[in-house]
Ligand binder design. Structure first.
Ligand code: ADP
Length: 487
């Protein structure tokens, strides 16, 4: 008990003890085997919580990309002609194997990316398995998904993913592609390559035919070489808006369908009639979940003016109870920032917010570890719509709190952004939910909740946040050529 009479919990460290089987070096996964890169180049992947090198990983050049695309093309004929129920069996096997080695993969995800083990264990891994289970179910029902059409696979799909949900993004992209009879060349982000490579081990364990999925590690040039390869018949990209624009430009003169899931500056709108404690929890998970490394992070909070004082007080109190620290500790809420570069960007934007006159609230003053990349969760009040922190994506645990007086003002301010990925609405009134949700310019709107994902639910943005959907029936469409049956 503290002097004030409130209970203060103090947890002993609870480190995760499972250690995954990590190699010192990883090759490229091409045609069912790990091979040395033609480029002869490699790079190291580092644990952002300790600064220690975990492993060296091959860097794929243009010749490696060519090899992988050819392997995927060669595998495509047989894979696409396989009975759909047989394709489904492979997806089911992958899902089950992911469940079996979920703990090791969760630890690996946390070591390579810095996210707390409770998130990789309870969110990333179950959802990754769910995406394979869910899409296994679609493999033999595609003609029912699109009545009147004869769905056919597109061929080799190039998939490029970021570092915030490395394994989940891989599952999210590979599972629908395979269910639809395509083959894949996937590139994970350069700071988080390991779980995709361990997923390749899973493919070997379940005897997925060689070449059906190829995993190429490398940086932006590797991604660009995948985009530019003429053998690639569909591109799916998740990452920054700038790179997404470049990819769109590169594909402008080619008949290659593209799905883009880009940045966001998502609003969370809290009305005075909302259940306040529930809304505070939602706002907390919306911005401080995964250190704010979520494209759809609720980084702009609009609170109805009449409740702003108690709401901000409750938010401060809740923020003060978040634990920042060792991501492998099961009690940690906020882990390490993925890279030094990302931390620099967050720090620069926080400094910019202070220079522009916003008030920084950063309560938790526990000392941060000396090594690694850390940023305490924080929020700003006194934020003007013109401030950089209210406009630019920060991709870190930094929230901008603003107020509104009428639903119309909330809507106008929430929509006043180039982005349109996600939004949240908090109110007790069902009619208000429908009015506001229908008028918000966002691909996903959560009502009285936030950051909830399901393989059956399509996800994607509008405006500068991209186009196309992933997940659900909508997510199958980009992976299919849909010719009318009569044609
Ligand atoms: P972030 O800012 O989240 O790191 P990026 O858009 O830079 O987002 O990276 C997302 C993914 O895109 C990573 O796998 C990265 O290597 C890849 N990438 C970066 N530049 C390019 C490019 N020019 N073409 C294709 N992929 C790229």
């Amino acid at each position: 008990m503290s002097n004030s009479g409130t209970i203060e919990w103090d947890y002993a460290p609870a480190p995760e003890r499972i250690r995954p089987d990590i190699s010192d070096e990883y090759g490229l996964f091409i045609d069912g085997a790990f091979v040395e890169p033609e480029s002869g180049e490699s790079f190291k992947t580092v644990n952002p919580a300790t600064g220690q090198t975990i492993a060296r990983v091959a860097s794929a050049g243009a010749a490696d990309v060519d090899k992988a695309v050819k392997a995927a093309k060669a595998a495509g004929g047989k894979w696409s002609r396989l009975k759909p129920t047989e394709r489904a069996k492979f997806l089911f096997r992958i899902a089950r194997r992911l469940q079996e080695c979920a703990r090791e993969l969760a630890v690996l995800e946390t070591m390579d990316g810095g996210k707390p083990i409770c998130e990789s264990r309870d969110v990333d891994l179950p959802l990754a398995a769910q995406h394979f289970f869910y899409h296994a179910g679609w493999a033999d029902k595609l003609q029912w998904a699109f009545p009147g059409c004869t769905p056919r696979p597109r061929g080799v799909c190039g998939q490029i993913i970021p570092w915030n949900f490395p394994l989940l993004m891989a599952a999210w992209k590979i599972a629908p592609a395979l269910a639809c009879g395509n083959t894949v060349v996937l590139k994970p982000a350069e700071t988080t390559p390991l779980t995709a490579l361990h997923l390749a081990r899973v493919f070997q364990e379940v005897d997925l035919p060689p070449g059906v999925v190829n995993i190429l590690t490398g940086a932006g040039e590797t991604g660009a070489a995948i985009v530019d390869h003429p053998g690639v018949k569909k591109i799916a990209f998740t990452g920054s808006t700038d790179v997404g624009r470049g990819i769109m430009h590169a594909l402008a003169s080619r008949d290659v369908p593209l799905t883009l899931e880009l940045g966001g500056k998502s609003p969370n709108i809290v009305f005075a009639d909302a259940a306040i404690d529930q809304a505070v929890e939602g706002v907390v998970s919306g911005i401080w979940f995964n250190q704010g490394h979520v494209c759809c992070a609720g980084s702009r909070l609009f609170v109805e003016e009449s409740i702003v004082e108690p709401f901000v007080a409750a938010l401060r109190e809740r923020m003060g109870r978040l634990r920042v620290g060792d991501p492998l500790d099961k009690n940690t809420d906020v882990g390490a920032i993925n890279s030094r570069e990302q931390l620099n960007r967050i720090e620069a934007l926080v400094a910019c917010g202070q220079e522009e006159g916003a008030i920084l609230h950063e309560i938790n003053d526990d000392p941060l570890p000396k090594r690694g990349n850390w940023h305490r969760p924080c929020f700003f009040t006194g934020v003007e719509p013109s401030h950089v922190i209210a406009r630019e994506e920060i991709f870190g645990p930094v929230l901008s709190v603003m107020t509104f007086r009428t639903p119309q003002e909330a809507l106008r301010r929430a929509n006043s952004t180039p982005y349109g990925l996600a939004a949240g609405v908090w109110t007790d009134k069902g009619s208000k939910v429908f009015d506001i949700a229908g008028a918000l310019e966002a691909g996903v709107v959560w009502c009285n909740t936030y950051n909830k994902f399901d393989a059956a639910s399509p996800f994607g943005g509008c405006k500068a946040s991209g186009f196309g959907r992933e997940g659900g029936r909508h997510g199958l469409r980009p992976y299919l050529n849909l010719r009318s049956s009569g044609a």
